[in-house]
Design a binder for this molecule. Structure first.
Ligand code: KG4
Ligand code: ZN
Length: 347
């Protein structure tokens, strides 16, 4: 506790960001330090799990020290440790978990595991102090694509998920086809602004009627086929038009499903989260569709969209408080020093 506030220190290491944050009373960010490995993985065209884990190990202590320093606190002030325990790369997750456990063991501070996707949704709690459940959540990241009903601060009911590639994964793969580099999402976002979204039509994969599931791998293959066919017949590929056409196909599907899921729940709030939530076309299209349908849209700042530990601290706080108040320990395996890493942890 400091100045009467409950302090959570949180760790995030599920992919290629080593991050530690200190959060007061669940929603106030005192520090949010992120050490990204993007520059390393640019050379590989994607994340290499073993290398990611090694870099987490090299960086995590320094990142933690910076987080404490910037928050102007010491471990004595910390009331709770939160850590991402899945889903993600197991070797990468384990570094955050081992560090968090070591600190918890040495200091006797309680420790609690957090589902990374719950963390992404919680970024909206940080960004929007007035946001309260229930609301619909749309999580679009490099590893996940979900539509969910956020029924309380800790209860999330999944309505739909991707059946193959995540939205960000499709962006990254299409960017590779176009030779744009890694991570592809921001590059396609930028290039698409110079292209015509109607010049090349890619099919919108809606799946069964009323399904909130997604499928992006067919779209990625369609882009690949288009590029190959053009090249084989000696025609030039207009990369900006391909980027714009692909992006429009992704955005149209996501927007339609997210809005109709929100309406079917009878909610008037939709929270966007995950790395792809930084996409300018998606933000603009969702804003317009939500306005038309009387839905209030909540979007985190770009820094809170991609992986960070402040969002994990927020989710950890609400889980811990819920267990303290309601004795709800349905996810008991995610607590304490016996905690493990779970590559495929469901929401
Ligand atoms: O949430 P995140 O940092 O990591 C996961 O939990 O997966 O998301 C990273 C993903 C990458 O696939 C990246 O290409 C995508 O988010 N991304 C974007 C944009 N910025 C990041 N995709 C589209 N447009 C963007 N502006
Ligand atoms: Zn993430």
């Amino acid at each position: 506790m400091k100045d009467g506030k409950f302090l959570t220190m949180a760790f995030e290491s599920s992919c290629d960001e080593t991050a530690v944050a200190v959060v007061a009373d669940g929603r106030q960010v005192l520090s949010n330090i992120i050490s990204s490995q993007i520059d390393i993985f640019k050379h590989y065209g994607g994340v290499v799990p073993e290398i990611a884990a090694r870099h987490h190990l090299e960086n995590i202590n320094e990142v933690m020290e910076k987080a404490l320093e910037q928050a102007d606190v010491t471990l004595k002030d910390i009331d709770l440790i939160g850590v991402t325990c899945g889903p993600g790369l197991v070797g990468a997750l384990l570094i955050g978990i081992a560090t968090a456990k070591a600190v918890a063991y040495a200091t006797d501070i309680p420790i609690i595991g957090v589902n990374h996707i719950m963390g992404h949704i919680s970024a909206d709690f940080i960004q929007h102090p007035d946001l309260e459940p229930p609301f619909a959540a749309l999580i679009v990241s490099g590893g996940h694509t979900n539509i969910a009903a956020m029924e309380s601060y800790t209860k999330c009911r999944v309505m739909g998920s991707t059946r193959d590639d995540a939205a960000g994964e499709a962006y990254d793969k299409v960017a590779r086809v176009l030779g744009l580099g890694y991570p592809g999402g921001p590059k396609i976002d930028k290039l698409a602004k110079e292209g015509d979204p109607d010049a090349i039509h890619f099919k919108r994969i809606m799946l069964e009627k009323d399904s909130y599931d997604f499928s992006f791998s067919g779209l990625k293959t369609a882009v690949l086929n288009y590029v190959n066919t053009q090249q084989q017949s000696g025609k030039e590929v207009n990369k900006a038009d391909v980027a714009a056409g692909f992006q429009q196909a992704v955005v149209d599907v996501i927007v339609e499903k997210a809005v109709s899921a929100t309406k079917s729940l009878g909610y008037d709030k939709l929270a966007l989260a995950g790395g792809v939530a930084a996409n300018s076309a998606l933000r603009a299209a969702l804003e317009a569709a939500c306005k038309k349908n009387g839905i209030r849209l909540y979007v985190p700042s770009p820094l809170l969209c991609t992986d960070n530990a402040a969002m994990i601290g927020c989710a950890a706080y609400y889980r811990y408080m819920n267990e303290r108040e309601n004795g709800d320990s349905s996810d008991a395996g995610l607590e304490g020093l016996a905690m493990d890493a779970y590559a495929g942890l469901p929401l």
